[in-house]
Design a protein around this ligand. Structure first.
Ligand SMILES: Cc1cc2nc3c(=O)[nH]c(=O)nc-3n(C[C@H](O)[C@H](O)[C@H](O)COP(=O)(O)OP(=O)(O)OC[C@H]3O[C@@H](n4cnc5c(N)ncnc54)[C@H](O)[C@@H]3O)c2cc1C
Length: 431
């Protein structure tokens, strides 16, 4: 008799470790298969370093097929073109189709550059969202350094990922000082957040004070509540919005180099699938990470629908950070294992946010438990140790992906010592 098939769709930060964790949790009881659209895993958090050549792209890449084979996980790189939840079936990029018993969607976001005229690598700004984008950004940065001019960095309206924007602005400042041309480069940070350090989380600890102070110390000006209306070659047009939604001021910001994080939306393969997604194409999930309408579909990572933290003059999304995604992975693995035993899902992910934002010569770290305030833990700190910790984490995470393991014993121990849990609740034994 054939075993039930669990397909993990997408092999990024969440999908890759989900496949490893599912393999462990369901050994001998299910076949685990990964449907990716690429053979390689890229450590996205290091992309800002690639854009200033502090990292070569190959250093943050893991070639997945041999690892998956070693772990007994099926793998294809043909990608999925459409999910058909009523038929438990995927259309694949090579024209074939594949059925599943359980589906775990981990496809990350589609980058909505097209929502602002002139935004993105096909327009006039660079991106660090993907490693190939970051490589392109590095070429553009080299050319810029030969002819220094103003820089504009930030996050567009509807963006949900702000940490990397701050990171990149401050990394650029560090790199420009190293190249001894910082004095020729006025810098402006443009963000849809209502205040510096909001981060889509209404701040964590004193991220407002810490990030404002960093930017003041480094002579980076900022515009908050910003709506980018369009980008021309060398000029960004921005509306600054008041509390009541009216336009308070307009800014025309000249630039020779600009990186703006776009809004995210769901990928085409799921966009508009009735009952599966919200209007932006993000996957609907209950507290167990299970779709409320198609109970054999789970989701994790950036593709999951999470409502914003509260109203803001310009739309601001909630970030889905690495540790939060790992908590979703653990819950999904446990819940699918329970389902294979004929039980109901048991585990609720903690969605805790643990984040290290590196500036090259220092950084800001924060822990938000839970992610939505008011919180039990609401801590932020800064210092040189953050840079070292981020380098250490990069090495550690890449090793984990290369080995095909999800959470070695010492990681578990470290998290226990810090009092950070991946699971909010478990009702183990429910049937
Ligand atoms: C520049 C940047 C820096 C970040 N830095 C940090 C950080 O320092 N700390 C932190 O905690 N978080 C960080 N994040 C947030 C988050 O951790 C990352 O975005 C993370 O990569 C998200 O994981 P994911 O698995 O949801 O999506 P992804 O890692 O984007 O993976 C999605 C995968 O799905 C694949 N896919 C897409 N469409 C299809 C399809 N049709 N068929 C098959 N496969 C498909 C993609 O190719 C990709 O491999 C950062 C995000 C960005 C953009």
């Amino acid at each position: 008799m054939s075993l039930p098939r669990i397909i993990v769709l997408g092999a990024g930060l969440g999908g890759t470790i989900a496949a490893y964790e599912l393999r462990e949790a369901t050994k001998g009881r299910a076949d685990v298969m990964v449907v990716s659209d690429t053979d390689d895993y890229w450590f996205v958090p290091s992309n800002p370093w690639v854009a200033v050549r502090w990292r070569e792209p190959d250093a943050i890449r893991v070639h997945l097929p041999p690892v998956m084979k070693k772990r007994g996980i099926g793998f294809t790189n043909v990608g999925c073109t459409r999910v058909h939840p009523t038929e438990n079936r995927l259309d694949l990029g090579d024209g074939s189709s594949m059925t599943y018993d359980y589906l775990v969607i981990a496809t990350g976001p589609e980058l909505a550059f097209d929502e602002i005229k002139g935004l993105g690598p096909d327009g006039h700004t660079v991106s660090v969202c993907r490693t190939d984008h970051a490589s392109h950004a590095a070429d553009e940065f080299d050319a810029f350094c030969a002819n220094p001019r103003p820089i504009v960095v930030g996050a567009a309206q509807g963006a949900s990922c702000f940490g990397p924007a701050y990171e990149f602005a401050l990394i650029l400042d560090t790199e420009l000082r190293r190249r001894k041309i910082r004095d020729q480069v006025p810098m402006t940070f443009v963000t849809s957040e209502p205040y510096v350090g909001h981060l889509g989380l209404d701040g964590v600890g004193d991220t407002k004070g810490l990030l404002e102070s960093e930017m003041r110390n480094r002579h980076i000006k900022w515009v908050t509540n910003a709506r980018i209306t369009s980008v021309d070659d060398g000029m960004m047009h921005v509306e600054e919005v008041a509390e009541d939604g009216a336009v308070k001021k307009t800014h025309d910001l000249p630039f020779g180099y600009s990186m703006i994080l776009p809004a995210f939306r769901g990928i085409k393969a799921v966009f508009g699938v009735e009952g599966l997604t919200n209007p932006r194409g993000f996957i609907l999930a209950d507290k167990y990470q299970r779709n409320p309408n198609f109970k054999n579909i789970y989701s994790l990572g950036v593709c999951v629908a999470i409502p914003p933290i509260g109203p803001t003059p310009v739309p601001v999304g909630v970030p889905k950070t690495g540790f939060m995604i790992e908590s979703m992975v653990t819950a999904v693995a446990h819940n699918l294992a329970a389902e294979l035993d004929g039980k109901q899902p048991t585990d609720i992910p903690s969605w805790n946010a643990v984040c290290l934002a590196d500036f090259g010569d220092g950084g800001v770290a924060f822990v938000a438990q839970p992610q939505i305030p008011p919180r039990n833990v609401n801590w932020s700190s800064h210092g040189k140790w953050v840079h070292l910790a981020k380098v250490g984490f990069e090495k550690y995470f890449l090793r984990k992906v290369r080995m095909g393991t999800s959470e070695p014993a010492y990681e578990k121990l470290a998290l226990q010592i810090l009092g950070i849990s991946k699971l909010k609740a478990t009702t183990k034994g429910a049937s």
